[in-house]
Design a protein around this ligand. Structure first.
Ligand code: C2R
Length: 175
């Protein structure tokens, strides 16, 4: 797995981002990262890998990611969320952590576990269940060296602003 080139995503785009989650139960939240990456024309792969339950696969995935052509890893996990930190320990690719709201503490546990990394091994942590923003942040990293992705991000922002203006106009008309 670690030495194989990442190939194409289901959309036919070259895989640039690895979206990894600790459990299939995280998928309903983590699929927002994939949707955002698709919207921005970036190929990705989705994997379920756990630093706790499949530690060897977690290390192998992160170790091999750069060689396989990935640029960014997005790692989402709930509870004692060590997945993003372990990924970051095994690669110098940027790792974006998504704390997932699961279990008794509603995601605060995952937020602390993901964001509180020791100096030298950062995890860029988005909001609890913030997988969509993880997709945008991954695109922003890729846009530093890919003009087309930058242009798509500019359009994405413009269309977001336009939707707000339209909502404002509707609310004003109804008031
Ligand atoms: P199950 O629903 O499979 O019991 O998992 C998962 O991300 C999930 O939110 C419950 C929660 O455990 C999390 N999990 C981690 C890790 N592996 C699984 N935090 C890890 O490696 O950090």
């Amino acid at each position: 797995m670690s030495g194989t080139a990442a190939g194409s995503s289901r959309t036919g785009l070259a895989v640039r981002v690895g979206v990894v989650m600790g459990s299939k139960s995280d998928l309903p939240r983590m699929c927002k990262a994939g949707e955002t990456l698709s919207e921005l024309g970036i190929g990705y792969e989705m994997r379920v890998i756990s630093a706790h339950r499949t530690p060897e696969e977690a290390a192998a995935y992160a170790r091999g990611a750069e060689e396989r052509g990935l640029c960014v890893i997005i790692a989402g996990a709930g509870g004692a969320a060590h997945l993003a930190g372990v990924m970051a320990a095994y690669t110098i690719l940027p790792v974006i952590g998504v704390p997932i709201a699961s279990g008794a503490l509603g995601g605060f546990d995952a937020l602390c576990a993901t964001v509180m990394m020791p100096s030298g091994v950062p995890v860029a942590t988005v909001a609890i269940d913030g997988a969509a923003n993880a997709g945008v942040l991954a695109a922003e990293i890729i846009a530093l060296s890919e003009r087309e992705v930058r242009e798509r991000l500019v359009k994405y922002r413009c269309s977001m602003a336009e939707k707000v203006r339209q909502a404002d106009a509707r609310v004003q008309a109804e008031a």
